[in-house]
Write a new protein. Structure first.
Length: 61
């Protein structure tokens, strides 16, 4: 069980980095769309919340 949670946590961390990278590249674009930036921010916050939840589950188990 711990192994599965660790794998999920690693994948989630990679997803957070990917979303953050997409946001940074979007900020560098001259024709940026504020709606897309807002969507990426929501995804980042959600993925970071999931990472915290997985860490808490690891600590409890």
């Amino acid at each position: 069980m711990r192994g599965i949670i660790l794998v999920l946590l690693g994948l989630d961390m990679l997803a957070v980095v990917g979303v953050m990278l997409a946001g940074v590249l979007g900020m560098a674009d001259k024709t940026r769309d504020p709606r897309r930036a807002n969507l990426l921010m929501r995804w980042r916050v959600g993925l970071q919340g999931l990472a915290i939840l997985l860490v808490v589950i690891l600590m409890v188990s």
